[in-house]
Design a protein around this ligand. Structure first.
Ligand SMILES: [Zn+2]
Ligand SMILES: [Zn+2]
Length: 179
């Protein structure tokens, strides 16, 4: 995603059925339940979400509410972030605009498809991921938001993989992973 500037559109994307199987051990996956939750909240006003990396070389903007907000406790996210979990907001790619050059690293998920994690080549901040299995999705890592309060997680993912020193909040139900 060099010099990326993802297509931007003011057209609110209609919810559509995704054919992805829920077997990838990462935040990439949206479940049907998650989409239903998003639909219930669809009456909210359009908001602008912005953020960027530590050094400021990479910036992004997203229009509207995320399809899904979750905290992923999978081992891949732990290693990639150097932390216990990754908080992420899944946004339709068409509503995300990114400025600045990023580098990326791809690793296979459980489905065999790649999850690509993007970071700033200058400061190393991990900014977002793009799942190969759902190519029209961008998972913004919520720690990079200008206003952290805009992240309102409703799901946990791979909570069984959480580190013994990391606590999974009781009010975050587990996003189902079908096999
Ligand atoms: Zn993960
Ligand atoms: Zn940076």
């Amino acid at each position: 995603m060099r010099g990326s500037c993802l297509a931007r559109s003011r057209n609110r994307r209609t919810q559509k059925q995704r054919g992805a199987r829920l077997t990838v051990p990462c935040i990439a996956i949206l479940s049907r339940e998650c989409n239903l939750r998003a639909s219930e909240d669809a009456v909210q006003e359009m908001v602008m979400i912005a953020g960027g990396c530590l050094c400021g070389a990479v910036r992004y903007e997203c229009e509207g509410d995320p399809d899904c907000s979750l905290v992923c406790y999978c081992r891949d996210c732990q290693r990639a972030s150097g932390s216990g979990h990754v908080p992420a907001m899944s946004m339709p790619r068409e509503r995300v605009t990114i400025s600045g050059e990023t580098r990326s690293y791809a690793a296979p998920g459980g489905s065999g498809k790649m999850t690509v994690r993007h970071f700033c080549p200058t400061c190393g901040s991990l900014l977002f991921s793009t799942p190969e299995v759902i190519p029209d999705l961008v998972n913004i890592y919520a720690g990079t938001l200008d206003d952290p309060s805009l992240f309102k997680p409703t799901w946990s993912f791979f909570r069984h993989s959480h580190a013994p020193w990391d606590r999974v909040p009781d009010d975050l139900p587990e996003l189902p992973v079908s096999t």
